[in-house]
Design a protein around this ligand. Structure first.
Ligand code: GLC
Ligand code: MG
Length: 595
């Protein structure tokens, strides 16, 4: 469709500072512009019918991912684990939990992905182990001051009786970050007496003791774990809590705020005023003596050297809730990790000026160190963006939604989510998708509290809903029990009725479906090289409070974030996130045109 709207002069000269990122056709590593799809194994697809997703389930659905057109899959943890934090509590880093299958199942899945031209990234959880890990069990059975305890962060308590925690740190899941041992225990079957029991640090659940990364054995062990999976042929690692592994010397008290969704109190609005920080900060950065210590970088330099020994471009991606973006960019300096999740982008409100600000700051910071910028809107820790963007109060970032909370506007949320995704996928860099977003899937916002499993719900005494609502098993077939999640219809969390409408089989080949929109976007992105293109803000919208618009390699991307329609620029429409109204772009809609 070609349109001419004289009121929008798209051929006006661009000012130099409208260009925020310059593209390149130079040879580059695959991850620099990859679209990477997060599989949360327990909720993707169930192969054996126990209601919990597993690796054979993933293998059986690889063609869905191939058709979608992604470059790589990132798998959340599937290792041996008592599942106290859905597998982010690892008891054996070199084995698959029987819940998810076997190492042979993993090899088969990896081969199946590689045959289809998709890379595979696995999750590495180095900040803490499970309390069932052999090392922690040995530490419990050993005396204070022993080498076994030295791999973790054990300390004597404060106060005359040692019954106050060693410092005032709070767990990110709520409650104290320290747990005291029992005066007598039977670790590993041996009775053990400790009259003045020590405390151990856990930034997350008490079942997730923090390792002491000053210990050489800890460093050696994880380099070996990296090699185990690299030898199997994985293409990279997503590094959990990459900013938390080194703590400030002396573990000083900290009086700041910690929470799963950093910077959110559940009901305060984000600043969208013109005075918001130019560095792109949104409050998404964890603060305090347990985060972003300079000492973490030496660990990543060592890991970089390990990966470099292997053929192909293996990569490390940091899960680091660090702000400002210039500080985050330190994790992706040339000799460290390769990518870092852009949580400043994820946590930016649906606001044109705020989005331009975070996009510009992202390129500024990453270009400085020669790293690709990444984009992400959803993952297994946050409210899905199809729901977040439809919440009754704009800009809030709650940790889950209760059935008794004001409910989101499903239609508005989906409309904005599609527009936001199309905006994201038009930008140069690497983009992360979370399973189900290609179906437009909303959060489950009416889960009964009795079924919740997130430790964050319990550790806050039920004050926070927690993350279960974004982890609900995917709907594959509208007519099947459990919407085709597995062969029995069992699902480890109940699915909402609405998931019938989002089932994958109702979207395949259906023009205008969210799946087909994503598929088309990924195809155009690949064909036009948008992932390694440049980004120049487009006149007349460079300062618009309503519209974000840019060009990337001759493709014009225009997102209208406000209520009034805006005139479409000239050009052939390639894609749109919603119906266009003649020659205008309706509210909460993004369009891609060829200029
Ligand atoms: C990361 C994970 C989250 C997990 C936490 C502790 O933030 O994404 O799911 O609970 O680390 O491992
Ligand atoms: Mg199963």
């Amino acid at each position: 469709m070609a349109t001419t709207v004289p009121t929008t002069p798209t051929d006006a000269p661009l000012t130099a500072d409208a260009t925020v990122h310059v593209g390149s056709d130079a040879a580059r590593e695959w991850w620099r512009d990859a679209v990477i799809y997060q599989v949360y194994p327990r909720s993707f697809a169930d192969g054996d019918g126990d209601g919990i997703g597993d690796i054979p389930g993933i293998t059986a659905r690889l063609d869905h991912l191939r058709t979608l057109g992604i470059d790589a899959v990132w798998l959340s943890p599937f290792y041996r684990s008592p599942q106290k934090d859905a597998g982010y509590d690892v008891a054996d880093y070199r084995d698959v939990d029987p819940l998810f299958g076997t190492l042979a199942d993993f090899d088969e899945m990896l081969a199946g992905a590689h045959e289809r031209g998709m890379r595979v990234i696995v999750d590495l959880v180095p900040n803490h182990t499970s309390d069932q890990h052999a090392w922690f069990q040995q530490a419990l059975a050993a005396a204070p001051g022993s080498p076994e305890r030295a791999r973790y962060i054990f300390r004597d308590g404060r106060g005359p009786a040692g019954d106050e925690p060693p410092n005032n740190w709070q767990s990110i899941f709520g409650g104290a970050a320290w747990t005291r041992l029992e005066a007598s225990s039977t670790a590993d079957g041996d009775a053990f007496d400790e009259p003045n029991p020590q405390w151990y640090l856990h930034l997350f659940d008490s079942s997730q003791p923090d390792l002491d990364w000053n210990h050489p054995e800890v460093r050696a062990e994880f380099e070996d774990v990296l090699r185990f999976w690299l030898d199997k042929g994985v293409d990279g690692f997503r590094v959990d809590v990459a900013h938390g592994m080194v703590k400030a010397d002396g573990l000083p008290d900290w009086h700041g705020h910690v929470s799963m969704v950093e910077g959110s109190s559940g009901d305060d609005e984000q600043p969208t005023d013109p005075g918001a920080p130019e560095d792109g900060s949104t409050g998404a950065g964890n603060q305090g003596p347990m985060f972003d210590q300079d000492g973490v970088h030496e660990i990543y330099r060592a890991w970089h050297r390990v990966l470099a020994e292997y053929e192909g471009d293996r990569c490390l991606v940091a899960e680091a809730w660090v702000e400002p973006l210039s500080r985050l960019a330190r994790y992706v300096r040339p000799d460290e990790m390769h990518q870092a999740f852009n949580f400043s982008f994820l946590t930016t409100a649906w606001d044109a000026a705020a989005l331009r600000r975070v996009v510009a700051a992202s390129y500024r910071a990453n270009d400085e160190v020669g790293a690709p910028t990444t984009w992400v809107l959803s993952n297994h820790d946050v409210v899905r963006h199809a729901t977040r963007l439809g919440l009754p109060t704009a800009g809030v970032r709650p940790n889950g939604v209760f059935a008794t909370d004001p409910q989101p506007d499903e239609e508005l949320g989906l409309r904005r989510a599609r527009a936001a995704s199309l905006l994201m996928l038009g930008m140069p860099g690497s983009a992360y998708l979370y399973q189900g977003e290609e179906l437009g899937l909303p959060e489950h916002t009416t889960l009964p509290n009795e079924v919740r499993q997130d430790p964050g719900h319990f550790r806050t005494d039920g004050a926070e809903a927690g993350r279960d609502g974004c982890r609900v098993p995917l709907p594959w077939e509208a007519a099947a029990a459990g919407y085709g999640f597995g062969p029995t219809g069992d699902t480890w969390l109940p699915q909402p009725e609405s998931y019938r409408r989002y089932a994958a089989d109702t979207q395949y080949g259906v023009a205008g479906s969210t799946f087909e929109m994503y598929r088309a976007a990924l195809a155009v992105r690949r064909a036009e090289g948008l992932g390694h293109g440049g980004l120049t803000w487009l006149d007349p919208w460079v300062d618009s409070p309503d519209v974000v618009a840019f060009t990337n390699r001759g493709v014009v991307v225009v997102a209208n974030l406000r209520s009034a329609p805006v005139p479409l620029p000239d050009g052939e429409v390639l894609l749109a996130s919603g119906e266009l109204a003649g020659t205008t772009l309706p509210a909460d809609t993004t369009v891609w045109l060829r200029a």
